[in-house]
Design a protein around this ligand. Structure first.
Ligand code: PGA
Length: 250
């Protein structure tokens, strides 16, 4: 079970210190992996603050080249070098505001894998695609366009664009159907199983029901992960879910 906290362009040194201090007395479970994705300027600070707490840290983006004349860019090797384990790639905000294409994202994923990072490939349809019955086709094209040759370390996050930051989520059968669809597409192409996270308006109220949905292997949380109480409520719901389902020992 994986809980990813995407802080986007939020928080400060002070609020990060408060966040991490609030985690010091928490008993973490081995069954739930948590990873925080802070703004890149705070990755090092966050890693130092986390110390021995069992929380991973990841980048929100990286460049498709490992090094070179790319002013202002961040190599996946840098992320690895300072202690990151994961990197989010293809988030809809980057596809939309930075015009990232499937081709760009595939190159970034391949580069992240070369740097020994675990990429989280984000895919998601617009509301119009869903309303017109094209969501499955749209997601299939995104996956085919972005999937790296060697995907062993890759996760996919299904994040319908219309659900991000809106408080609206697809109904549970739509999430279940899409996660199954994504797993089937990846299996058909690679003969490998992939873990699929759900993202889009996940919060402490809906987390328990989302985790009950078949084929949901974790969540990618934006807004609700900025508040440490909400983050912990989501984390605890995941631990409780696993205990109740006896999937793995706590
Ligand atoms: P949200 O964002 O939880 O605020 O909807 C999720 C995301 O963009 O990853």
């Amino acid at each position: 079970m994986f809980i990813a906290a995407n802080w986007k362009m939020n928080l400060s040194k002070k609020s990060i210190s408060y966040f991490i201090e609030s985690l010091q007395s928490v008993e973490f479970s081995k069954t739930v992996n948590a990873c925080i994705f802070p703004p890149s300027t705070y990755i090092d600070f966050l890693l130092n603050s986390i110390g021995k707490l069992p929380i991973s840290v990841g980048g929100q983006n990286c460049h498709y080249e490992l090094s070179g004349a790319f002013t202002g860019e961040i190599s996946p090797l840098f992320l690895k070098d300072i202690g990151c384990t994961y990197v989010i790639l293809g988030h809809s905000e980057r596809r939309c505001f930075n015009n990232e294409t499937n081709e760009d994202i595939k190159l970034k994923i391949q580069s992240a894998i070369k740097a020994d990072l675990n990429p989280i490939l984000c895919v998601g349809e617009k509301l119009i695609d869903r309303e017109q019955g094209n969501a499955n086709k749209f997601i299939k094209n995104q996956i085919i366009g972005c999937l790296p040759e060697n995907l062993d370390k890759t996760f996919i996050a299904y994040e319908p664009i219309w659900s991000i930051g809106t408080g609206k989520i697809p109904n549970y059968s739509q999430i279940s159907e899409m996660h199954k669809h994504i797993k089937e597409i990846v299996f058909d192409i690679t003969r490998k199983n992939i873990k699929v996270l759900y993202g889009g308006s996940v919060n402490k109220k809906n987390i328990s029901n989302i985790l009950k949905i078949k084929d949901v292997d974790g969540v990618l949380v934006g807004g609700a992960s900025l508040n440490v109480k909400d983050f912990l409520a989501i984390y605890s719901a995941a631990v409780k879910h696993l205990c109740e389902n006896n999937n793995i020992e706590n």
